[in-house]
Design a protein. Structure first.
Length: 142
């Protein structure tokens, strides 16, 4: 399994919003500059994150984007699933009825175990955890 840039960049976008949490909305151009992600691509990532109710926006001269909840509540899993979709390695895990072999397939059992581990890990990490790790790694104060 390999995450696309959608999952990677949406995580970075969300981290940037988490770093500025409680300090007002952020403009996409500021997120773009801080995270070195094209403004056009960020515009595409905003849509599924808003649909998943992970971010909100406000219009006007003091408008921009902000997290819908505190960083210690938003899980990495939510971000990845909003932009990447299901983390199941193969479709038959989520929909066993699509394959007549699902019930007796050993490979499917292994893929299911692997998928569950991915989900478990991503669900155990919050945006706050990611910020804390970044601070520790770079010895930075936000």
């Amino acid at each position: 399994m390999k995450l696309s840039t959608r999952g990677e960049y949406s995580s970075r976008l969300m981290m940037e919003l988490a770093i500025k949490y409680g300090k007002g909305p952020m403009l996409l151009k500021d997120i773009s500059k801080a995270q070195d992600i094209s403004l056009k691509y960020l515009g595409q990532l905003i849509i599924p994150l808003k649909i998943a109710d992970l971010i909100k926006s406000t219009r006007g001269s003091h408008g921009g984007y902000y997290l819908s909840r505190p960083p210690d509540i938003i899980k990495l899993l939510e971000i990845i699933e909003a932009t990447e979709g299901s983390l199941y390695i193969v479709e038959c895990i989520k929909n066993p009825e699509i394959c007549y072999r699902s019930e007796n397939c050993v490979a499917r059992e292994i893929w299911e175990e692997a998928s569950e581990k991915f989900i478990e890990i991503f669900n155990s990490i919050t945006l706050k955890d990611m910020i804390d790790r970044q601070r520790e790694k770079n010895n930075i104060r936000y």
